[in-house]
Design a protein around this ligand. Sequence first.
Ligand code: MG
Length: 159
Amino acid sequence: MESIRIGNGYDVHALAAGLPLYLGGVRIESPVGCIAHSDGDVAIHALCDALLGALALGDIGKHFPDSSEEFKGIDSKILLRRTMELVRKEGYKVGNADITIAMQAPKLAPYIMQMRETLAEIMEVTASQVSVKATTTEKLGFVGRGEGCEVYAVVLVQR
Ligand code: MG
């Protein structure tokens, strides 16, 4: 009997000048980057939380604690790969994912396709199953002031 489950994930990182910016596994040309224990890929973190949430496996902080030296500066693509191992161990595969990145600047449009392809490859699906959308918040709130980057992710998994 086929089983379908849904998960959602949310993450925020503060931004600071002079740090590298990684989103969706892609290096983005930007004057600011995320302050983080890992490489700060807030999009992958939200996606991992959505995958873990779909299977009620806890959250990214439980599996990859930011107090651990092992995860210091880690490429978040490795975290997504490890999360997918957990998903597969439960007998599930990804149906589709939809990710919304809220950031005032820089413009992310030139990077969207590369993010979709990068995430799809790791999750062993096609880019048509992975949506990445970018929005500003019309200069409102901490995102609008350029203080942080916020990401929402929804994923459907099936067995
Ligand atoms: Mg995070």
